[in-house]
Design a protein around this ligand. Structure first.
Ligand code: NAP
Ligand code: G4F
Length: 325
């Protein structure tokens, strides 16, 4: 039997962190998580996505805002692979607090890369890049060569993280790569994101616990996939011979309105009766459309999405019906 690999995940309490942990445990990894100290003090609320695997993983408290706390963990564990998923990930909030979004997202990434260089240069590094980097899209379908045009502090922070990752790879020969992931959702998605806001509202409306659903720009279009499919792509990137960046998506695009229409229809309701426009939910600058060209991942990683749009919406609505019953 080969040596047991060690993986360190930042953002392990989030949607992707939880699926990635399950995936790596199945592959017999020892999984370590970097979590905020407050999370350990409030397990029932903050660790809900990983409570079923808590006995199998090792959590360490640290802050993405503190270089010293990150160094301690990386120096101690010397992970084979580091998946840096921790971030202020809510785009709308990044307009309200640009400073902390840039701080956590850019410095956090820089601290980890710098700690790898000085204390664990053999660790392979995955950075959670985002299709938000494409922002005001410069091409109908976006691939690894498409020019970035971020439209929020969040998008800007991810472009900075992408460039830091590239530069550490080139300057210090660290095995570092960025996954440019398009929107991915699941029943574990945070309630503030539009898909979960819709699926949870549909469930509550069906159960008589809510009357209407307020939305902003329902004409925005996204390339939505399932988070469970996407964590496999993260792992595949770190198993390649050379570190490279990859776009991950489905290549299909739907509007927020399409999502709502389908979600309501699944429970036999007409979305038109329940949706209310709220102008306060519009963003100062919007990303209108996003659609992935993931040909490079298909060819080099042999990766493709397993879940289609209808299956994703059905799963989310069904799980929320159970959740709110
Ligand atoms: P998520 O559910 O919002 O999880 C974010 C994670 O980051 C949580 O574990 C959170 O911890 C942690 N975090 C936030 N601020 C932190 C801080 N200051 N110090 C330490 N940890 C902090 O996000 P996700 O959907 O799983 O996404 C994972 C990563 O992929 C993020 O970097 C996101 O920006 C990126 N991404 C996501 C998508 C998508 O569609 N889901 C697409 C492209 C890129 P707490 O539990 O303590 O808050
Ligand atoms: O669900 P959203 O908040 O996701 P957004 O902004 O696309 O960001 C997500 O995907 C990115 C990848 O492209 C990630 F990097 C990021 O971390 C995050 O996971 O909004 C989707 C769309 C937007 O155009 C928004 O304006 O839905 C529109 N929308 C309309 N009404 C709404 C609402 N969004 C939210 N959150 N809430 C609404 O009521």
């Amino acid at each position: 039997m080969g040596k047991i690999k060690k993986a360190l995940i930042t953002g392990i309490t989030g949607q992707d962190g939880s699926y990635l942990s399950e995936f790596l445990l199945k592959k017999n990894y020892q999984v370590y998580g970097l979590v905020r100290r407050v999370a350990l003090e409030d397990e029932s609320h903050r660790l809900w996505r990983i409570k079923h695997i808590l006995k199998k993983i090792k959590l360490n408290s640290a802050s993405l805002e503190s270089y010293a706390s990150i160094v301690k963990i990386i120096q101690k564990i010397k992970p084979d692979e580091i998946y840096h998923l921790g971030a202020q990930s809510y785009v709308a909030y990044s307009f309200e607090d640009e400073f902390s979004t840039l701080n956590t997202n850019i410095n956090g990434t820089h601290y980890i890369l710098s700690a790898i260089k000085d204390f664990s240069p053999k660790s392979k590094f995955y950075f959670a890049g985002s299709s938000e980097m494409f922002g005001k899209v410069q091409k109908n379908k976006q691939d690894e060569k498409t020019r970035f045009y971020p439209r929020s502090a969040y998008g800007i922070s991810k472009v900075a993280g992408f460039e830091l990752t590239r530069n550490y790879r080139e300057a210090y020969k660290i095995f570092a790569c960025t996954g440019i992931l398009f929107n991915h959702e699941s029943p574990r998605r945070g309630f503030e994101f539009v898909t979960r806001k819709i699926s949870s509202s549909v469930a509550k409306i069906k159960l008589g616990k809510q009357k209407t659903l307020q939305l902003g720009n329902i004409y925005a279009k996204r390339d939505w996939g399932h988070a469970k499919d996407y964590v496999e792509a993260m792992w595949l990137m770190l198993q390649q011979k050379k570190p490279e960046d990859f776009v991950i998506g489905t290549g299909k695009m739907h509007s927020v309105k399409d999502f709502a229409k389908l979600a309501f229809s699944i429970v036999g309701l007409n979305y038109k009766k329940y949706i209310r426009f709220n102008k306060n939910l519009l963003r100062p600058s919007e990303v209108d459309t996003l659609k992935a060209n993931y040909n490079k991942a298909k060819k080099n990683l042999k990766w493709k999405p397993k879940t289609n749009f209808t299956q994703l919406v059905k799963e989310m609505v069904k799980e929320d019906l159970n959740f709110f019953k």
